[in-house]
Design a protein around this ligand. Structure first.
Ligand SMILES: O=C[C@H](O)[C@H](O)COP(=O)(O)O
Ligand SMILES: C=C(OP(=O)(O)O)C(=O)O
Ligand SMILES: [Mn+2]
Length: 387
């Protein structure tokens, strides 16, 4: 099957060894935990709870530090508290954490000063420094991704137990060698035991392709990103393929339309998927459709535009009487300067100060809480309008 966005591993023998090693590595989560998350997501599908999913665009091995993990965890939980109070509903909190190490890219290569090298595809594949050694895909990184995921998850489990909260992990199922090696057979079928839930990205969601075939076979709750070119027929094909039993909590669509498209494109998708009897969870990713290049070459996003896409998402669901199931966002607990705006605004001139992301621009801690307050207002309005 065609598989888009796969690394070109130069050393197939080393790759086979790495995959064999990974196949023997302990799983990171239990199938029963994945089932419990599916139950939680089923409450979202019924309109009784809300999803808050977030974390780095690309986690890095060097970024797996106690302070950074703790700051992300606390930021997500503070956001969840703000939203839960306004929505008067429980929040299902899911980190893009403990495994979000692989990136699809717009271009397979990058050219600087006349030198062309493979693009950085995430720490699971290569390193971001612009040298031939760094950019060559290294199979040894697969096992390292598993180890760093395990240490990250260990701290997350301790933090969650200490604050008596549930916290789930997720990443994009992108590099198929990695995902396959951590997929394990159980009496109730295969599970990807590297995370509680995984998603298929906008660039790899074609129904005939390997990524959709893969997630069709695993028993985890799964998600698919759907961008502005998605047709209702595309969405219905995904529903039939990925959730033939119409099982609440099994399938989430993460709409990442862009603020200028969400009000035009989303209504038809939601209406037709709903009419087909699908209990899919609808989540809004207001980040990926709103990226642009600022002066100086910094990829960035504006918080007011991000909030506008969220508002459009709520308008669509209010008009159709469907449930706005939550938000999927890229954020960090640190005060980086990667996205513009906020109560303590980041201006274009501030961007170089702390631009640290390995891939896409993230909301900083303050902007994340701004987003949570905007989301809280939207849920409060939504609840009022339903009464
Ligand atoms: O996270 C999403 C994509 O990987 C990212 O936007 C691609 O970025 P690029 O256009 O710089 O390749
Ligand atoms: C690659 C990503 O998004 P999308 O597939 O929606 O472009 C991402 O979530 O980082
Ligand atoms: Mn991203």
């Amino acid at each position: 099957m065609p598989a888009a966005q796969q690394p070109e591993w130069p050393d197939r023998e080393a790759l086979a060894e790495a995959v064999a090693e990974l196949g023997l590595a302990p799983s990171l989560v239990l199938p029963e935990e994945c089932d419990t998350l599916r139950d939680r997501l089923a409450t979202v599908a019924r309109g009784e709870a809300v999803v808050l999913q977030g974390g780095d665009c690309a986690e890095t091995f060097d970024g797996a530090r106690e302070e950074q993990i703790d700051a992300k965890f606390r930021t997500l939980n503070q956001m969840a508290a703000v939203v839960a109070e306004a929505a008067v509903m429980p929040v299902v909190t899911i980190g893009r954490m403990a495994g979000q190490y692989a990136k699809p890219r717009s271009h397979a290569h990058e050219t600087r000063d006349g030198v062309t090298l493979p693009a950085y595809r995430g720490d699971l594949v290569n390193a971001s420094a612009f040298t031939p050694e760094s950019r060559t895909p290294q199979p040894g990184r697969l096992a390292r991704a598993h180890r760093v995921s395990a240490t990250t998850l260990n701290l997350l489990r301790a933090l969650a137990a200490h604050s008596r909260t549930e916290f789930w992990t997720s990443h994009e199922a992108l590099v198929l060698e990695y995902e396959h090696a951590l997929t394990r057979g159980t009496p109730s079928g295969p599970y990807n035991l590297s995370a509680h839930t995984v998603w298929v990205g906008e660039r790899t969601r074609r129904p005939g392709d390997a990524h959709i075939d893969y997630v069709a076979r695993i028993r985890n709750p799964i998600a698919v990103k759907v961008g502005p070119t998605t047709t209702p027929d595309d969405a219905l094909a995904l529903v039939d393929r990925l959730d033939p039993e119409r099982e609440p909590g099994r399938l989430t669509f993460v709409a990442r339309m862009g603020a200028d498209a969400v009000r035009d494109v989303l209504p038809d998708l939601v209406a037709k998927v709903t009419a087909a009897g699908s209990p899919v969870v609808w989540v809004c990713d207001p980040m990926h459709g709103n990226t642009f290049l600022a002066d100086g070459g910094f990829k960035t996003r504006r918080l007011d535009v991000i909030v506008d896409e969220l508002r459009g998402f709520f308008e669509v669901h209010r008009a159709l009487g469907t449930h706005p199931g939550g938000v999927h966002t890229e954020l960090t607990g640190d005060q980086v300067t990667e996205c513009l705006g906020g109560t303590y605004p980041v201006t274009p001139a501030d961007l170089p100060t702390r631009y640290e992301t390995a891939c896409d621009p993230r909301l900083n801690r303050g902007q994340s809480l701004d987003l949570a307050r905007a989301l809280a207002d939207l849920y409060a309005e939504h609840q009022l309008s339903r009464r």
